[in-house]
Design a binder for this molecule. Structure first.
Ligand code: UDP
Length: 357
């Protein structure tokens, strides 16, 4: 918003996280570079007659609305399927009917498991990129059985992707689909008991941040052997900005947005976060800094996991010239500095209160 002249109509059920961006009509100071260019509308896209009017007034709709925390996929599968598929339908329909551009946020989870994960553990082909690199126009979507409700999210996202794609093919909808690969950075999710429910389970960055802030061991689900690639939110926003600014190069495409150079196992992520947090907070590392927990204990029945996620960057690089820049250690340093500055005092107060009572 600082770098572009656009006006945004933000639609959500809450505005807690963007309050500082809003103008005087929302009780803020209005001196920012984007003053008067961000308008907030409190409404729920699943049942509000104002939605079509807002889409008609805009050149472009970006749909980010979804339940996208793994702890919900197996415990609230109906909400997960409804929010990711059914509730997105009106947005797709109104864009298509009114000839408006749509950037729809999907997920790298539509790829599911890698082909290589079905090979024996020490099979040499597991090292062959053909068996694990995820390509938008080539890789299949491989999910577990229905009773593994983890895949309710991936399946709903796959179907909405297919619907958006079909609207493009049959009715000429101008669309772009984004598949984020573990975007992380400041302001992600919530810290349980501070700015979110105390029993809530956010994604791994916030879970580990919460453990570090509270001086607790980090919990490695099933040994933390799954692999992820993490991309810094600021790099990812640059990719989205390029999509916004270059419709002719972005329309009709599905883009992986991730950083293939930042791959770690979850255990390695934990080790790095422990080291970086100790540096930025000046607090010593615990004697037992990590513990193993079973996925059943941590997430409940029906959890399953994606084994490995390396995004192929060919299409986004060719169409938009985008490449991620920030290394994992740099992004963790700025993110954990933010977490410490933002939450350390509040966590201390909350812990001393609960000890006193
Ligand atoms: N995970 C973990 N400990 C935690 C939270 C998550 O070991 O406290 C693991 C989780 O099982 C998964 C990975 O970290 O293998 C990433 O989880 P996240 O919730 O960030 O989302 P995902 O990448 O699976 O969509």
């Amino acid at each position: 918003m600082t770098e572009t002249p656009h006006t945004v109509m933000a639609v959500d059920v809450y505005n807690d996280k963007i309050k500082h961006l809003l103008g005087p009509e929302d009780g803020q100071d209005g001196n920012q570079a984007w003053a008067g260019r961000i308008h907030f509308h409190r409404l729920n896209i699943k049942h509000d007659s104002r939605l079509e009017g807002l889409i008609k007034m805009s050149d472009l709709t970006i749909n980010l609305a979804a339940i996208c925390t793994p702890a919900d996929y197996n415990t609230r599968p109906l909400d997960t399927i409804y929010s990711n598929f059914i509730d997105a339908l009106p947005v797709v329909k109104y864009c298509s009917e009114n000839g408006k551009r749509l950037i729809h946020f999907s997920t790298c989870e539509v790829y599911g498991k890698t082909i290589g994960s079905f090979l024996p553990k020490d099979h040499p082909l597991r090292q062959d990129p053909e068996f694990y690199v995820l390509k938008e126009d080539v890789s299949p979507c491989i999910f577990g059985p229905i009773e593994k409700q983890r895949w309710s999210y991936a399946c709903a996202k796959q179907l909405i992707e297919r619907l958006v794609y079909a609207e493009g093919a049959e009715n000429g909808l101008e669309f772009t689909i984004v598949r984020p690969f573990n975007w992380i950075g400041p302001r992600m999710d919530f810290i349980p008991g501070i700015d979110g429910p105390s029993e809530g389970v956010p994604r791994v960055l916030a879970c580990f941040s919460n453990n570090l802030l509270r001086g607790e061991p980090l919990k490695l689900v099933d040994g933390g052997q799954s692999q992820r690639t993490f991309v810094y939110i600021k790099d990812a926003i640059e990719a989205v900005l390029l999509m916004i600014e270059n419709p002719s190069r972005a329309n009709g495409h599905i883009f992986n947005v991730g950083n293939p150079n930042n791959e770690v196992t979850v255990k390695q992520l934990a080790e790095l976060m422990i080291k970086v947090y100790s540096k930025v907070s000046d607090e010593p590392v615990l004697d037992v800094p990590m513990i193993d927990v079973s996925s059943k204990e941590f997430y409940g029945e029906g959890y399953d996991d994606s084994d490995k996620r390396i995004p192929d960057m060919t299409i986004i690089n060719r169409q938009l010239g985008w490449n991620p820049k920030t290394s994992l250690s740099d992004l963790l340093e700025s993110t954990l500095t933010y977490q410490h500055k933002t939450y350390a005092e509040a966590v201390k107060r909350a812990t001393s209160k609960s000890v006193a009572s």
